[in-house]
Design a protein around this ligand. Structure first.
Ligand code: GLN
Length: 484
């Protein structure tokens, strides 16, 4: 049952072959059995999930149910959920119970889905391995000695081990796509502004975007339908109609122009990962696409630019976590200064502190022009370069990550090595473009991911390309043996 697609589950629910309560119990049981090992969930919401499932069953009975009604899902613990702890995997928010739902949570609940719980992540979404969580690392279901990727590592592990049929993630520099790649999932980071950020705890506001982490492209399209759209509570959400993302899944790929940036296939890319990507590209040629080598010469600027912009924005966003307005409060403060200082020292982990310090530094009066302003200029160069490429090609393809899942602890003492895990994903966030990762094969038993980057609001196209590929391959159907 846990290996069925959302459409299959929906059909079973609508035909009355199973109830939502039964389905929800099934996944809650799987979480009970496997979560101790994987640590994918921070909070499991058994009682409220069963209540939501019972309400869904009523709707199914009355014939007022929609396509997603009664299907369980999980939210990354970065989305505010009314009455449920929203920790962002930080000690800072360990006891924070959100007083309202994020728009994404509200919309998905309105579609009738059942929330199983909140998934583990890197603290405040800062990381590429899910090892910075206050609640401990998440294990990769493909090899529990390895990381699931990050920051949406809990969502990735939960869906990969089929503890939830689908989950939400957020992507500031790769956090949906990189864990999707490391765990064999289909993950989509939409265009900046496609999905409301209201109630999604801000890391770097000009880069953050929510999206689906799914077993396949059709499931991702269904969740995109539920999540997307304008929200007047988020001034950066775009007022633009939401297409039915499932309507174009089967469109032909005849004549599709694919660009392969030579910078994405250079030094640092694991040769075995490269081989799976090359095989995947051949599959697209068979489907009628044409391939063209392109160049994105400023790719090398993406990581340094991001590590100025993202810390700058996070240092500002996290200033509200001061033990007064939000967050952990130190005991017995001597005075106000001591209260702020100790609350923040005790509440934040090492990586978050590192980012706040870098961010404060690059924004300081004496260094602003040298770092922050320069980074904004580089950011513009990176987006312009993509627009030039899109004059010649429809989509850009390459690897999602330079390697398969690495060992737990392997990069924890080397922040720069960790930052390079996002070398292929970060540019899309800087440019605000949509990007997707889909299962592309295995290297020594570990999943690899193909990244597809599109122009603004081309999510439908990306899902279509992914779906057609998944009609002729079955990488996305592979499940780790221990969780099959
Ligand atoms: N790994 C990147 C970082 O640490 C991206 C994280 C993300 O996308 N949230 O900032």
């Amino acid at each position: 049952m846990h290996n069925k697609t959302l459409s299959e589950l929906s059909e079973m629910l609508h035909k009355g072959e199973i109830t939502s309560v039964e389905l929800t119990r099934h996944f809650l049981d799987r979480i009970k059995t496997h979560n101790t090992e994987l640590n994918a969930f921070i909070s499991v919401c058994e009682e409220s999930a069963l209540a939501q499932a019972a309400a869904a069953d009523e709707q199914l009975k009355n014939k007022t149910a929609g396509k997603l009604t009664g299907i369980p899902m999980a939210h990354k613990d970065i989305f505010c959920t009314k009455g449920v702890r929203t920790s962002c995997a930080s000690k800072m928010l360990d006891s924070f119970v959100a007083p309202y739902d994020a728009t994404v949570v509200e919309k998905i609940a309105a579609s009738g889905m059942v929330m199983l719980g909140k998934t583990n992540m890197d603290e405040f979404a800062m990381g590429s391995s899910n090892e910075t969580s206050y609640y401990g690392p998440v294990k990769n279901p493909w090899d529990t000695d390895r990381v699931p990727g990050g920051s949406s590592g809990g969502s990735a592990a939960a869906v990969a081990a089929r503890l939830a049929p689908i989950a939400t993630g957020t992507d500031t520099g790769g956090s949906i796509r990189q864990p999707s790649s490391l765990c064999n999932l289909t993950g989509l980071k939409p265009t900046y502004g496609r999905i409301s950020r209201y109630g999604m705890i801000a890391f770097a506001s000009s880069l953050d975007q929510a999206g689906p982490m799914a077993a396949n492209a059709e499931d991702a399209a269904l969740l995109m339908n539920a999540m997307s759209g304008f929200d007047e509570r988020d001034s950066t959400s775009v007022e633009r109609e939401v297409p039915d993302y499932t309507a174009t899944l089967n469109d032909s790929l005849e004549g599709l122009r694919i660009g392969l940036p030579k910078e994405y296939f250079g030094e640092g890319l694991d040769p075995q990962v490269a081989a799976t990507i090359e095989t995947a590209i051949k599959e697209f040629e068979k489907l009628g696409a044409t391939i063209k080598e392109i160049s994105l010469p400023n790719t090398h600027l993406a990581v340094p630019t991001y590590y100025v912009v993202a810390p700058a924005e996070c240092s500002s966003n996290l200033s509200r976590m001061d033990g007064v307005r939000f967050g952990h409060r130190a005991e017995n403060p001597k005075d106000l200064q001591d209260l702020y200082q100790r609350s923040r020292s005790e509440g934040f982990g090492a990586e978050v502190k590192r980012r706040i310090m870098i961010g404060t530094y690059v924004l300081s009066a004496g260094y602003y022009d040298a770092y922050y302003l320069k980074a904004q200029q580089c950011r513009r160069l990176i987006s312009d370069e993509f627009q030039q490429a899109f004059n010649e090609v429809d989509v850009i393809m390459g690897p999602t990550a330079p390697t398969t899942a690495f060992k737990l602890g392997e990069k924890t003492n080397d922040p720069v090595a960790m930052y390079l895990a996002d070398i292929y994903t970060i540019s899309t966030n800087l440019a605000g473009l949509p990007g997707m990762s889909i299962p592309a094969g295995f290297a020594e038993g570990l999943p690899t991911g193909l990244q597809i980057i599109g122009n603004y609001f081309d999510e439908g196209r990306l899902l279509n390309i992914a779906h057609r590929y998944q009609q002729v391959t079955d990488w996305h159907k592979q499940v780790p043996k221990a969780f099959a």
